[in-house]
Design a protein around this ligand. Structure first.
Ligand SMILES: NC(=O)c1ccc[n+]([C@@H]2O[C@H](COP(=O)([O-])OP(=O)(O)OC[C@H]3O[C@@H](n4cnc5c(N)ncnc54)[C@H](O)[C@@H]3O)[C@@H](O)[C@H]2O)c1
Ligand SMILES: [Zn+2]
Length: 377
C-alpha cells in the first residue's frame, strides 16, 4: 500500500522508495484519461521512462501512450522545445483526453508542465521528479514555464499537477554535485519554516553527502519533511501574493550570482551562498537574531556548498546584478529575510519581503567574504 503525504494540497504527493512501480495504478486513480504522453529527460529516459512504458497495465493499450524526450539541461527549457513538444502532441491527436507524465528534473517538469498548461488551455500533468531539487521544490507548487534571452522563467503559467510521484530510488543515479543543489533548497526550507527539520538535516548532511554510502534511505524522511514545508507555504499562497515570498530566501543574491557568472554556477551553489549572505544581511539590519548567519554558513558547508560570494565577481557587480531580478520592483530590490531558525520576517508591510539599501547589501557581502571559508567558485 502506498499512501500520499498529508499536505493540505489539492493533489496527492507520494514520496517513497519504489513508488514508480505503482505509477500506472496511481495515474489511473488520480489522473485517468484516454491518452498518456510521457515526456522524459533524455538522460534518464532509458533508466526510468522505459520501465514505466514497459509496465503498462492491460487496461491501457500501447497505442494510447506516446513517448517524447527532452534534451537535458537548462539550455533546453525554451519556447522552441515547448513548440516541438506541443506540435508532436497535436500531430499524434492529443486532445483534452491526454494526461502528460513528466519524468526528470526541474527542467523537464517546468517545460512539460508548461506544455500541459497550454495544450488545449490545460490538460492534466503528473510530475515524476528524479532530482532532489525537483522533489523538494519544483514539482510541488504548480509553477511551470520556460526561459528566454531576457531571463529565466519569464514565460509560464500556474498549473497544478494532478499527482506528484517522487521515487527516492531514482536519486541513486543522481551525481553528487546535482544532489547538492537539492540540499541547498532543503536547508532553505528548514531555515524559513522548520527549525527541527533544519537541525535534523544538519545532522544527516555528512551521510547524505557521502557518495560511497549513497544514503538514499536517509533521504526519504528528509525529502518528505522538506516537501511538507513547501506545500504548507504554497497551500496558503498559491499565486505568490504574500507568504510565498519566503521561498525566495537567499534567492535575490543567488540570482545575482548566477547572472553575474553567466549561469556557469549551479543554482544550488548560488542559493547556498545567497542564504548565508542574506542571513548575515538580516543580522546586520537587526532583523535576525545574533549568530544566525554562522549557523546557516555551517549548514551549507556541511553540504559541501559555498558560504560566501564568488571571488571572480566584485561586490559592486553583484549589487548591480540584483537589479536584474524580475522580482525587483520600482527600483527597490526586496529581500525575504529570516528572523531566527524556522521563522521569516513578515517585513514592514506584511509582504514577507523588505526593500534593502545598497550600503547594507555591500556590508553583508563584505562580512560574508571576511568570514567565508568556501567561496562560491
Ligand atoms: N517550478 C518551480 O517552482 C521551480 C522551483 C525551483 C526550480 N525550478 C527550476 O528547476 C530547474 C532545475 O531543476 P534541476 O536542478 O532538477 O535540474 P535539471 O532538470 O537540469 O536536472 C539536473 C541534471 O540531472 C540529470 N538528472 C535528472 N534526474 C536524474 C537522475 N535521477 N539520475 C541522473 N541524472 C539525472 C538531468 O539530465 C540534468 O542533467 C530550473 O530550470 C529551475 O528554474 C522550478
Ligand atoms: Zn531555488
Amino acid at each position: 500500500m502506498v499512501t500520499p503525504l498529508a499536505l493540505g494540497l489539492s493533489y496527492p504527493v507520494f514520496v517513497a522508495r519504489g513508488v514508480l512501480d505503482h505509477l500506472w495504478m496511481l495515474v489511473e486513480q488520480y489522473a485517468p484519461n484516454h491518452r498518456y504522453a510521457i515526456i522524459a529527460d533524455e538522460s534518464v529516459d532509458a533508466l526510468y521512462a522505459s520501465p514505466v512504458a514497459r509496465s503498462l497495465p492491460l487496461s491501457i493499450s500501447p497505442e494510447r501512450v506516446l513517448r517524447l524526450r527532452v534534451p537535458s539541461g537548462e539550455a533546453n527549457k525554451t519556447r522552441e522545445q515547448w513548440h516541438r513538444l506541443s506540435n508532436a502532441l497535436l500531430s499524434w491527436g492529443a486532445g483534452r483526453d491526454t494526461t502528460i507524465i513528466a519524468i526528470g528534473g526541474g527542467v523537464t517538469g517546468d517545460l512539460a508542465g508548461f506544455v500541459a498548461a497550454t495544450l488545449h488551455r490545460g490538460v492534466p500533468v503528473v510530475q515524476v521528479p528524479t532530482t532532489l531539487l525537483a522533489m523538494v521544490d519544483s514539482a510541488v507548487g504548480g509553477k511551470t514555464g520556460v526561459d528566454t534571452d531576457a531571463g529565466k522563467n519569464l514565460i509560464g503559467a500556474f498549473h497544478n499537477p494532478s499527482l506528484v510521484l517522487s521515487d527516492i530510488n531514482t536519486l541513486r543515479s543522481l551525481p553528487m554535485s546535482v544532489r547538492a543543489d537539492g540540499l541547498a533548497e532543503m536547508i532553505k526550507h528548514g531555515l524559513i519554516a522548520d527549525a527541527d527539520a533544519f537541525s535534523e538535516l544538519c545532522g544527516v548532511l555528512p551521510r547524505l553527502c557521502d557518495s560511497e554510502g549513497a544514503e538514499v534511505a536517509a533521504l526519504a524522511e528528509m525529502v518528505a519533511r522538506s516537501v511538507a514545508i513547501k506545500a504548507h507555504v504554497v497551500a496558503q499562497d498559491g499565486r505568490e501574493a504574500g507568504l510565498r515570498h519566503i521561498l525566495n530566501a537567499g534567492h535575490t543574491i543567488a540570482h545575482a550570482i548566477e547572472h553575474a557568472l553567466h549561469f556557469s554556477m549551479s543554482h544550488g551553489a548560488a542559493v547556498a551562498a545567497g542564504l548565508v549572505i542574506e542571513t548575515r544581511l538580516a543580522e546586520q539590519l537587526g532583523v535576525a537574531e545574533h549568530g544566525l548567519g554562522d549557523v546557516v554558513a555551517d549548514a551549507v558547508r556541511r553540504a559541501g556548498l559555498p558560504d560566501s560570494p564568488p571571488r571572480s565577481v566584485s561586490d559592486r557587480d553583484l549589487l548591480e546584478a540584483t537589479r536584474s531580478d524580475k522580482k525587483a520592483r520600482a527600483g527597490a530590490v526586496r529581500y525575504a529575510l529570516p528572523e531566527r531558525l524556522g521563522r521569516m520576517s513578515p517585513g514592514p508591510d506584511h509582504s514577507w519581503s523588505a526593500p534593502v539599501g545598497d550600503d547594507a547589501v555591500l556590508a553583508a557581502l563584505a562580512t560574508s567574504r571576511l568570514l567565508g571559508k568556501r567561496p562560491a567558485d
